[in-house]
Design a protein around this ligand. Structure first.
Ligand code: FBP
Length: 281
């Protein structure tokens, strides 16, 4: 299967763990905000090569950047086509435009499609219906779906986007939608939905590893593959410590974008090596 192809690739091949390079930040946050820290990363070939040289499990990106290298790097790293994207110029409710298709992913030799949902947004039902439709087609054609489940808008406060109850809810919804791989942000302590306080009274959540364990419980008692995002620029030791706790809590891996491509290449590879070493145990 395509999931097996991804799990058998790179330095973590055969461990059941995975580290993915996602580069859609140019679309979501803008090119200079994404790439000025390491201008080499403006070039899609650099990003392919980074994922290959670091021995990562997969490289995920929107259509244009995957196309700009699909022939040159064919077969060298599993690819995930990120089929929908938000942008920082629009001031509308949280939403993403669907810009790629399952057939595009097949044409590019991808193992799967990546899709963001914003549970909570005024557009969340339409986004979930789009995902359901694309998941159906992807499964019929043998591709995986990787779901970026990012609650945003509605009853979710800005700070609450990473609260434990919200992240666990996000992982659970993606599991119910049949996602092959679920991607959420590392959860923080506390609940955001007032009526969740009682349900969380006895859930251990002081350490990140305890919070990760709860998210894994929400993902069908560890039966679904959940990976956690790297987030904005962080100190290398702090990121490795965070990832050690994700691993200790039973997380399946990480998706690390800005913390890898915003560093100069040798530093990025050194950090990604430390991260894969954590997941190798
Ligand atoms: P990072 O490791 O750079 O955080 O990448 C993960 C990611 O999900 C990207 O795929 C995406 O562009 C970005 O974070 C979205 O984050 P946000 O919606 O919070 O800006």
């Amino acid at each position: 299967s395509n999931l097996a192809r991804l799990l058998m690739h790179g330095k973590l091949g055969g461990t059941g763990k995975l580290v993915i390079l996602p580069v859609d930040q140019g679309y979501e946050h803008g090119p200079a905000r994404s790439f000025s820290a390491n201008p080499a990363a403006y070039d899609p070939h650099y990003l392919y090569q980074l994922a290959i040289d670091a021995g990562l499990s997969a490289y995920a990106a929107p259509l244009g950047s995957l196309e700009q290298g699909a022939d040159t790097f064919a077969g060298e790293v599993p690819l995930i086509l990120k089929v929908n994207s938000a942008n920082s110029l629009s001031d509308s409710v949280p939403d993403q435009a669907v810009l790629g298709s399952v057939d595009d992913a097949l044409r590019l030799g991808c193992v799967g499609i990546g899709f963001t949902i914003y549970p909570g947004s005024d557009n969340c039902f339409a986004m979930q219906e789009e995902l359901a439709e694309m998941t159906r087609e992807a499964k019929a054609k043998g591709l995986m779906t990787v779901v970026w489940s990012y609650p945003r808008g509605g009853k979710v406060s800005k700070k609450g986007e990473t609260a434990l109850d919200i992240v666990a809810y996000a992982a659970h919804m993606a599991a119910l939608m049949g996602a092959t791989i679920i991607k959420v942000k590392p959860p923080e302590k506390g609940v955001d939905l007032k009526d969740a306080e009682k349900a969380y009274k006895d859930v251990p959540q002081d350490s990140l590893s305890e919070r990760i364990a709860h998210v894994m419980q929400a993902a069908f008692n560890n039966k679904r593959v959940v990976v956690f995002s790297g987030g904005g620029a962080k100190d290398a030791d702090a990121l490795v410590d965070e990832i050690s706790q994700i691993n200790a809590g039973g997380g399946f891996g990480s998706i690390v974008g800005r913390n890898s491509f915003q560093r100069e290449k040798s530093e990025a590879i050194a950090l990604l090596n430390r991260i894969t070493d954590v997941y190798k145990g």
